[in-house]
Write a protein that binds this ligand. Structure first.
Ligand SMILES: [Zn+2]
Length: 156
C-alpha cells in the first residue's frame, strides 16, 4: 500500500511593494512602482512620497525611457532621503560638502606635488654632487640639513 505524496508546497505569497502597502491596495503583477520600492524599502518610499508624492513619481518614471528608469528611481530615492536627513540643504548641501572635500584634496595634492618635486631636486643634488649652488627659499629643517651637508660635500 503506497502512501499518497504530499502536495508540493505553495510558493510564498508575494508581499505588496512599499508603494502599494502605503496605499493599502493589492500589488498587481505589473505594478509600475514595485521594481523600485520593494516591500523592505518602506522608509525610502515614505521619504519619496513626502517629497514628491506617488502620482508625480509615477509620472516621472513613466516619462523616462525604460532603460533609464532604474537610475531615475535611484536618483529620486537619493534626493528624498537627503532631504529627509537635511531639511534645509538637501542635495545641495551634499554637493557643497563634496565640493569642499575636493578642494581640500586638491590643496593636499598640490602640497604633496611640491614636496615631491623638492625631494626629487634634492635627490639629484646628493646623487650627482654637482649642483653646489643649490638654494632653498623656505627656511626649514631641510635647508639647515643641506647647509650642513654642503661643506661636507666640498671636502670630498
Ligand atoms: Zn505595488
Amino acid at each position: 500500500m503506497s502512501t499518497p505524496e504530499p502536495p508540493p508546497p505553495l510558493p510564498p505569497a508575494k508581499s505588496a511593494c512599499a508603494a502599494c502597502k502605503h496605499q493599502r491596495r493589492r500589488c498587481a503583477a505589473d505594478c509600475p512602482l514595485a521594481p523600485y520600492f520593494s516591500a523592505d524599502r518602506q522608509s525610502d518610499f515614505a521619504n519619496v512620497h513626502r517629497l514628491f508624492g506617488i502620482k508625480k513619481v509615477s509620472k516621472l518614471l513613466q516619462s523616462v525611457a525604460p532603460r533609464h528608469r532604474d537610475d531615475a528611481a535611484k536618483s529620486i530615492v537619493y534626493e528624498a532621503n537627503l532631504r529627509a536627513m537635511h531639511p534645509v540643504a538637501g542635495c545641495f548641501g551634499a554637493a557643497a560638502e563634496l565640493r569642499r572635500q575636493i578642494q581640500i584634496c586638491e590643496a593636499e595634492l598640490e602640497i604633496v606635488s611640491q614636496n615631491l618635486a623638492f625631494l626629487k631636486q634634492n635627490n639629484s643634488f646628493v646623487v650627482n654632487n654637482q649642483e653646489t649652488d643649490f638654494q632653498i627659499e623656505e627656511n626649514s629643517n631641510l635647508q639647515r640639513f643641506f647647509n650642513d651637508l654642503k661643506p661636507a660635500l666640498a671636502d670630498q
